[in-house]
Design a protein around this ligand. Sequence first.
Ligand code: MIC
Ligand code: SF4
Length: 647
Amino acid sequence: MGKNITYKILEKHLMTGNLKPGSEIGIRIDQTLTQDATGTMAYLQFEAMEIDRVKTELSVSYVDHNTLQEGFENADDHRYLQTVAAKYGIYFSRPGNGICHQVHLERFGKPGRTLLGSDSHTPTGGGIGMIAIGSGGLDVAVAMGGGAFYLTCPEVIKVELAGKLRKWVSAKDVILYILSKISTNGNVNKVLEYSGEGVKTLTVPERATITNMGAETGVTTSIFPSDKITRDFLTAQKRRPDWSVLEADADAEYSSVMKIDLSKIEPMVALPHSPGNVVPVKDIAGKKVDQVAIGSCTNSSLRDLMIAGAILKGKKVSFATSLVISPGSKQVFSMISKNGILTAMIDSGARIMESTCGFCIGNGQAPATNAVSLRTNNRNFEARSGTRSAGVYLVSPEVAALSAIKGEVVDPLNAKDKRTFPKVTLPERFDIDDSMIIPPVRGRSGKLEVERGPNIGDPPKNTPLTGRLDGKIGIKVGDKITTDHIMPAGSRLKYRSNINKYSEFVFEGLDPGFASFARDLRDKNKAVFILGGESYGQGSSREHAALCPMYLGVKAVFAKSMERIHAANLVNFGILPLVFADKGDYDTLDKFDDILIENVIESFRSNKSLVINNITKGKRIEMKYALSPRQIEILVCGGLLNYTRKG
Ligand code: MIC
Ligand code: SF4
């Protein structure tokens, strides 16, 4: 049997384990990326490992999430990140240079390489033929130190694309269509590998839109082959030598096949409050729109902004709608300013933002009360925009621009709204200017000083696991709790480097009393437990959703099911990720129930299920776990930092 692309790359990078779906493997990481909101913690952890210099082929530190600089905290973080990068051999992409995933695709991504990033949308790199995976910052710190990245060897699903997209239908609609089929749960430990004739009709940035938002399905990553189109993209980026061909063998093995005819796809939209709530745009056509936002790592490439700008050219944004646009990178920004598209946008009434995550992470541009906000980003979780009562609808740049003009949702395929598709020609060469990327200091950099502001604290330490956990359930939550629910971003982002302060906001939107309740219990030496439903921990890779609960004394999460990155982060910080053997038991537990778990370490080491005693209700409940022997030892040590130090 031949090999698929995923296994070809994994095989070349295998450090431990066997390529057998479901078993734990350790792989060598060629490249890493961090962004500022997860990066400060990752580099503090890297520093704690006392390694002289990164051991990867390439590591890049981006500043793109927190750039508003209200107060000194963000600017201090940027200064810390810049100095730590210089010292340890890391490239530093300055604030304003663009969103990490877009810039990485343009300037650094290489087919056939592995990329680990402390951001869940790292799979954007799959658009250029990389195995690109999102993880917590601590895993990235270990990879920078030359350590393996551990993951469950995935099943590979072949996504066979046929045909060609119609005018007005674009890559965003493809991934929304896939989300409508496979939803946001049940896809853990799988890879979506694209193939078929339809692949040849998609440019690299379009492929990257698809792999980027593949993250919302919960898969480990998504990947496209590296072909002539990839070569042309790299050539246009003056990186022809970085290209190599990558294709699956003709008889490659896959766990299943999903066939998609691109010509049948229509414009799609994800309704509030989940990227999996997908329907055709025509179902909501005519809905009044208060805000439109174009940008984010999903849809901010030159292609996307040129289309949006061409649609806006000569038109005005509706008086009832606010349109904001954020180009994905300085390269995109500069090129649309030279070719007149930026002028067309400004003249239409669009508000132009910096090249950052901005509105996507709720850093500004919160919509009005009960507003309808149409956005080209990848997540529309409740309150992520900064306004709990607002509904965020995820669409393509085409639908976003047309709707901004009309002030209501437009289905571009509707005959009533028929218009000529704008002709957009993409340049054969991108403008290259890497002056906003500071290369690391060559040679001996050990003496360079790292600058730390007063908001930057050491990463908190956990204590080793005890065999007996005695405490209370601190919160009971339902299904699909995202890391945005656990650890809000937006206006709280500036505390990412200050765990004592940031932990005050754990579950803020769901139960504002949780943090103080948990802290009191912790101070009485009691354990705190979290009770969750299906797909607990969906969404981002932010390890703060594990680190801050750990700091508040959380010892275990009991859930019906858990998402991959979050479960790994819980282990990294010494919190037990336990799932119900019988999901019905979830209903028998309540907030404030007294819980006792005994023989924890023995049960783990002898691979027996754990029993939780609900003292309040007098009931015993069996819990399961999917932990490798390595992860069990990490938990016993009280987390990955302690485990690594132990050597
Ligand atoms: C997100 O889109 O949720 C973020 C903000 O980029 C996160 C990372 C973070 O919380 O810093 C992610 O996707 O991992
Ligand atoms: Fe930034 Fe949004 Fe992309 Fe996250 S999803 S990296 S916040 S643009």
